[in-house]
Write a protein that binds this ligand. Structure first.
Ligand SMILES: [Zn+2]
Length: 91
């Protein structure tokens, strides 16, 4: 498995085995996000889906999740959950 210099955490670590989405965002994640950061996003995504009651087959929900994915992994201004406080955040 190829190592990537992760765009989120800045470390060089194993990347994903495949692009998680069949679009440009998926390719960017595959090229520049490490497995650890991706795992963190999957947890965050689950929280978002539960919090907003998203139907992941709904195109609007998908669009929102893509935006949140990009913010979380590549953007500095994401609505990020402070993982050091995991378990203490009330949604
Ligand atoms: Zn990373």
């Amino acid at each position: 498995m190829a190592e990537v210099t992760c765009a989120r955490c800045g470390q060089t670590k194993p990347g994903l085995a495949f692009a998680p989405y069949n679009n440009d965002l998926g390719k960017r994640i595959h090229a520049s996000i490490c497995q650890d950061c991706w795992a963190q996003w999957l947890k965050q995504q689950t929280m978002l889906i539960n919090h907003y009651g998203l139907n992941v087959r709904d195109p609007e929900a998908k669009t929102m999740l893509y935006e949140q994915t990009e913010k979380f992994l590549f953007g500095g201004e994401a609505d990020q959950v402070d993982t050091s406080k995991q378990g203490t955040i009330q949604w």
